[in-house]
Design a protein around this ligand. Structure first.
Ligand SMILES: Cc1cc2nc3c(=O)[nH]c(=O)nc-3n(C[C@H](O)[C@H](O)[C@H](O)COP(=O)(O)OP(=O)(O)OC[C@H]3O[C@@H](n4cnc5c(N)ncnc54)[C@H](O)[C@@H]3O)c2cc1C
Length: 380
């Protein structure tokens, strides 16, 4: 019996990667249905908090270089098509001990990927960026192509363009089940069902719930905290004077973005994220213990900020054991693919990754990002 398809492709989760994938499928003329349990741009997943860092000199390794280069073009294309400013290339600093792993990895990765950077010794960095109180052995690597992305408008822009090209985005539709029926994929939400040729699960912190048993052992949602601190002199923290930064000082690893509201600076601690059992039940408020630790860090290292945050939040992202996402078919030959586990760093390259996935879905071929393949863990 021939199955009537509702669309070629289903995208489950229209968040960061899902919205970019819908846009990229639309660009290729592939009919798609997106399912989103809230509405694109919401702040109950990994999108929220106004900005995401974009970096080219990438400590995570030169294997990302191709995606990052392509992402730069994709962001500009999304800006052109939507008429929305999304990426501000104000530069970025990687700060840490001159002999430490963080600075070493950034330099090595930049050299391997041919990304231009400037190494500032302690005095140069301290003079140029007095907003940071540097320890005696600390230096900074300046990546002039780095900057920040406006995350909510980016998701909204990609979704709108996909819809303009004929895609259906089903808002407030919580997918319960995704079934691989061999010759098609069936998606169920409440009493309704849809059939498509292929499906991509981009459900962020909820991805494992829609996949066969076993994936919950490979994917772990984590709570990531964000805090905003008021500047004593806001003029010192505008994008032209205060690049984004990632800093490893002793055991403290944190990052931040310049002020976009003229009042506060966002600072987030990476290593203080922690595993959560249920991403729908995270504590968004910071505990007193967390606030005390954050204040101490800011008082020590960012003296131009009032050390008690004026605003805080916490969101979740899905993490993998090795920090590298899973992107590809969930089993050899399956019509069901996954794009998840972006482990706290997937926003910057999302549209480029989506372009690769869209291309492979459109052509029915495997997704050619070997280092992200679920196969790498011997899963399939
Ligand atoms: C606080 C924080 C700061 C970060 N900072 C940076 C940064 O500076 N730079 C950077 O590059 N990356 C950063 N990241 C990481 C980046 O934001 C994430 O890796 C990326 O946004 C993940 O995208 P995603 O599409 O996997 O998940 P999401 O964007 O969360 O999208 C998943 C979507 O699936 C939907 N969904 C889930 N289940 C269902 C279902 N059953 N049915 C229908 N819809 C469903 C959800 O509602 C959600 O909209 C940060 C992450 C966090 C949390």
């Amino acid at each position: 019996m021939t199955v009537t398809l509702d669309a070629e492709v289903a995208v489950i989760g229209v968040g960061t990667v899902g919205s970019m994938l819908m846009w990229q499928l639309g660009t290729r003329g592939v009919s798609a249905i997106g399912f989103e349990r809230h509405a694109p741009g919401h702040d109950r997943g990994a999108v929220g908090g106004e900005t995401r860092l974009f970096r080219m000199a990438y400590a995570e390794g030169p294997q990302y270089a191709h995606l990052l280069r392509s992402a730069l073009n994709c962001w500009r294309e999304l800006e052109r098509e939507s008429g929305t400013e999304l990426l501000v290339q104000c530069g970025g600093l990687a700060i840490g001990s001159a002999a430490g792993r963080h600075v070493g990895q950034v330099l090595a990765s930049a050299a391997a990927a041919d990304v231009p950077v400037e190494l500032l010794n302690h005095d140069q960095a301290a003079q140029r960026y007095p907003q940071h109180r540097l320890l005696d052995d600390e230096v900074a690597v300046l990546d002039t192509q780095a900057g920040f992305l406006r995350c909510e408008p980016a998701v909204l822009a990609a979704t709108a363009l996909a819809e303009q090209r004929g895609a259906a985005v089903l808002r407030y539709t919580d997918v319960d089940t995704v079934l691989d029926n061999g010759d098609h994929i069936e998606i169920r939400a409440k009493d309704a069902a849809w059939r498509v040729r292929e499906a991509v699960v981009c459900a962020g912190s909820w991805t494992d719930r829609l996949l066969p048993t076993g994936w919950d052992r490979l994917l772990q949602p984590r709570r990531v905290r964000l805090s905003w601190f008021a500047a004593r002199d806001p003029a010192m923290y505008t994008p032209d004077r205060f690049p984004i930064f990632i800093r490893q000082t002793g055991r403290r690893h944190f990052y931040g973005a310049p002020s976009i509201d003229g009042i506060s600076i966002k600072v987030a601690g990476l290593t203080t994220s922690h595993a959560v059992d249920d991403p729908d039940r995270i504590e968004r408020r910071h505990s007193q213990e967390e606030l005390v630790a954050e204040s101490a860090m800011v008082r020590d290292l960012l003296p131009g900020l009032h050390p008690d945050p004026v605003r805080t939040d916490a969101l979740t992202d899905m993490f993998t054991a090795d920090g590298t996402p899973f992107v590809g078919r969930i089993a050899a030959g399956s019509r069901l693919r996954i794009a998840s586990g972006f482990s706290g760093h997937g926003f910057k390259y999302a549209p480029a990754l989506a372009a690769v996935v869209a291309e492979s879905v459109a052509s029915g071929t495997d997704t050619p990002l070997a280092f992200m393949s679920p196969i790498r863990l011997g899963r399939i």
